[in-house]
Design a protein around this ligand. Structure first.
Ligand code: G6P
Length: 483
């Protein structure tokens, strides 16, 4: 990477996301490089880190602490440009507009979105701050890749001050149909913000379609095929924005390696033993979020216990719910509901030696996650709406023996790639119960056939392919389609 002194350095490749791909680590906690930071887990940083270090690249984002100014620094060969957020910014821009307006709106209004003008003002102000940080650090004709719904205004803001840049945007969450997007009081500004990009990427083809329909309906944009001809104030076409799907994936090599390590295989055996070696372990792994369908999953499981189709001792459900957005009200309510339900199920069905639900409100390192994947016979992904759901892809990747069954919601983006999963509609509790029982009773032969096909799909499309495909499309010369 370019020299890391920060000031005066210009970069020819910049990634922008709400959070920087590093976390603070407690001093002496291990895993750091002695500088108090460690790289965040996850596929996105794995995919982009090599480009950061090979080219003159930098990552722009929030460093995670309120009211703190951190100077640009370098970690693990990546140059990082921190953006500051005040306590008020966090409340209005992050917890408010990003996670109590956009998040529920974009996930099918599972929870009611709230619309507040003060939140919108903060969203604009903070997006401007991110755009300014990029504008002052980007070299001439640099490529900039903006990530996710927290930063939808950045492409337009950036193009206004730096028309020389090549600007890409990727939305990691769903894009809602225009009938729902219509509720947003600032719907025009959001579409206009995104159309500042040369390429707008989505998880599913249906998300890209929704976006283009909204561009037509709310901005009167002329959309042909996947291209939007974006006009400036004088009515002249300034550029062509393309909208396309690029389904994200995971670091396949890393997960496969971990799944083959003797100590992780041993840990999986230990987990089963600690649970009393039940015949069937079912597993759910989610951020504690109302989009994940955790309540639907618990309801189906409880009914199966109640009907005697599953019995405690023979079956155990491990539910990992990692803490998330704990200051946002809907997340607090959800936690209370889930924990009340788990307490009710366990109180009713537990025995002295066995539990119905092993509920864990923690996040775990990837090594422990892979051990859990190896320990689980049935993986339950019951999201009511999910951009992709990488847990589904990680589970399949970890099952190197081609056994185990994946129950997967049609409403997760992953359903477009994992067609051999047991696909279901989580709102249909009877259907969900039947699907769980099919998974529990699946023959090894059927399981192997499905797992093999799904593993092949993921092995051929890991996260490196995703980023390479997007960046290649971003840098393509666009032929104007006037047909
Ligand atoms: C989703 C979003 C990401 C976000 C992550 C964790 O995956 O698409 O942009 O970073 O959730 O949420 P948080 O609010 O903690 O960043």
């Amino acid at each position: 990477a370019a020299n890391s002194s920060g000031i005066g350095t210009k970069y020819d490749f910049m990634v922008v996301s709400n959070r920087l791909p590093v976390d603070r680590c407690p001093s002496g906690g291990g895993g750091d490089d002695g500088d108090g930071w460690r790289r965040s887990p996850g596929g996105l940083v794995t995919a982009l880190a090599p480009m950061m270090t090979k080219t003159d690249g930098a990552w722009v984002g929030w460093h995670g602490a309120p009211d703190e100014t951190v100077e640009p620094f370098s970690h693990g060969g990546m140059d990082l440009v921190p953006v500051q957020l005040s306590t008020e910014d966090i409340e209005l821009y992050y917890e408010g507009f990003s996670n109590a307006t956009l998040w529920p709106l974009y996930h099918d209004v599972i929870a009611p979105p709230e619309f507040h003008r003060t939140w919108w003002d903060a969203y604009r102000r903070v997006n401007r701050r991110f755009a300014d940080a990029v504008a002052s650090h980007a070299d001439r004709n640099a490529t900039v890749w903006v990530q996710d719904y927290q930063l939808q205004l950045v492409p337009r803001m950036l193009r206004e001050v730096r028309p020389d840049l090549r600007i890409g945007f990727f939305n990691h969450i769903p894009f809602p149909p225009p009938e729902i997007f219509a509720q947003l009081p600032w719907r025009q500004a959001i579409i206009d913000g995104l159309l500042g990009a040369d390429l707008v990427g989505f998880q599913r083809a249906s998300d890209a379609g929704n976006f283009m329909r909204s561009a037509r309906r709310f901005l009167g944009a002329s959309v042909k095929q996947q291209q939007v001809h974006v006009k400036g104030g004088d009515g002249q076409i300034t550029h062509i924005a393309r909208a396309q799907s690029f389904p994200i994936s995971i670091d396949v090599r890393h997960i496969t390696e971990l799944a083959s390590k003797p100590e992780i295989i041993e840990r999986a055996r230990q987990i089963r033993q600690d649970l009393g070696n039940p015949k069937t372990i079912l597993l759910g792994v989610d951020r504690l979020d109302y989009t994940k369908g955790i309540r639907h999953r618990l309801k189906a499981y409880e009914e199966l216990l109640n009907e005697g189709k599953l019995t405690v001792g023979d079956a155990t459900l491990i539910q990992v719910a990692s803490p998330s957005r704990e200051r946002v009200e809907q997340y607090r309510l959800l936690r209370e509901e889930v924990e009340g339900t788990v307490g009710h199920i366990n109180g009713t069905y537990d025995t002295i030696e066995s539990t119905a639900v092993r509920y864990l409100h923690h996040s775990y390192p990837v090594e422990e996650m892979v051990a859990l994947y190896l320990a689980a016979d049935v993986m339950l992904v019951t999201a009511l709406r999910d951009g992709m759901n990488l847990v589904a892809k990680e589970y399949v990747t970890a099952r190197t023996q081609n056994d185990g069954a994946l129950v997967l919601s049609e409403f997760a983006g992953a359903a477009d790639q994992l067609k051999q999963a047991l696909l279901m509609n989580p709102h249909d509790i009877d259907g969900l119960k039947d699907t769980i029982m099919r998974a529990v009773n699946m023959s090894p032969r059927d399981a192997a056939r499905r797992m093999r096909a799904m593993r092949k799909q993921i092995l051929e499309h890991d996260v490196d392919h995703w980023s390479a495909d997007f960046l290649q499309a971003l840098n393509e010369k666009v032929i104007r389609d006037d047909s």
